[in-house]
Design a protein around this ligand. Structure first.
Ligand SMILES: Nc1ncnc2c1ncn2[C@@H]1O[C@H](COP(=O)(O)OP(=O)(O)O)[C@@H](O)[C@H]1O
Ligand SMILES: [Mg+2]
Length: 241
């Protein structure tokens, strides 16, 4: 479904990602790990089409995702709809005047009938346990509450691929547990899950595979969780990222 071959992206003269190879299949749950500044967020932004690769090849379901594709208004709508992206600083993706409107925004934008908009919004508020916040202004909420609202607003669009950039950062154990449970449910329901993290113990029960970035902004290793038992030094490295 997702394939990147020798993909690179630069910010002016700063390397974002360099020469990476990656394959993600439908229904996979993968974690992108690596030290701070190694390229995790850049890669996720390439996957969802916010950035086009400078060199190398990104294909999504056989379609080449390059700068020309991302400018093609007839094609990008369907591509973007595949993804739900929860940003690392998820407060930047909240702009409505109430939590309810925030979660309803996506379904409304998809042009769904009013009863479907209401159902999806209510379901997602319930799933994230934020019904009590529905009249509140998202901007005024705590960081953890904002993260839950951002996830609810992404899930309300029912994307096939759910991408969460460092979803556990700065969250209390209670919120971490809730988000972990929801991600597991989504994976069991057949969604493709892509998470970035540099906390191995927070993701090891959630994903099947780990892609590890090096300081050189490239992916050095791809390891299945099932293989980890035989790789204690690798686990130690991940624990100390
Ligand atoms: N907007 C930007 N402008 C210039 N350099 C950037 C920008 N965003 C990220 N970078 C650089 O790209 C590299 C990869 O960053 P990023 O993908 O954010 O890493 P990570 O998410 O793994 O912490 C870093 O060296 C970072 O400084
Ligand atoms: Mg990042």
């Amino acid at each position: 479904m997702i394939s990147i071959e020798e993909g690179s992206y630069h910010y002016n003269n700063q390397i974002g990602i360099h020469d990476i190879n990656l394959e993600i299949d439908k229904g996979d749950a993968v974690c992108i790990m690596g030290p701070n500044g190694s390229g995790k967020s850049t890669l996720l932004k390439v996957l969802v089409g916010l950035y086009a690769l400078d060199s190398g090849k990104y294909t999504f379901n056989g379609e080449k995702i390059n700068a020309a594709f991302l400018k093609d208004q007839d094609k990008i709508g369907k591509f973007y709809q595949q993804f739900g992206f929860v940003f690392q600083n998820s407060e930047i993706q909240l702009f409505n005047m109430s939590v309810y409107d925030e979660v309803a925004f996506g379904p409304k934008n998809l042009g769904l009938p009013p009863e479907e908009i209401k159902k999806r919004t209510d379901d997602c508020l319930k799933l994230l346990q934020i019904e009590r916040l529905k009249e509140r202004v998202p901007y005024h909420l705590s960081g953890g509450e904002q993260k839950l609202v951002a996830i609810a607003s992404v899930l309300a669009m029912n994307p096939n691929i759910i991408i969460l950039d460092e979803p556990f950062n700065g969250l209390s154990p209670k919120y971490r547990t809730l988000i972990t449970k929801i991600i597991k449910q989504l994976h069991e329901a057949g969604k493709t899950i892509i998470i970035s993290s540099h906390h191995f113990n927070q993701v090891r029960d959630l994903v099947d595979k780990i892609y590890l970035f090096s300081e050189e902004h490239t992916i050095k290793q791809k390891v299945a969780i099932a293989e980890l038992e035989s790789l204690p030094r690798f686990v130690e490295y991940l624990d100390n990222l």
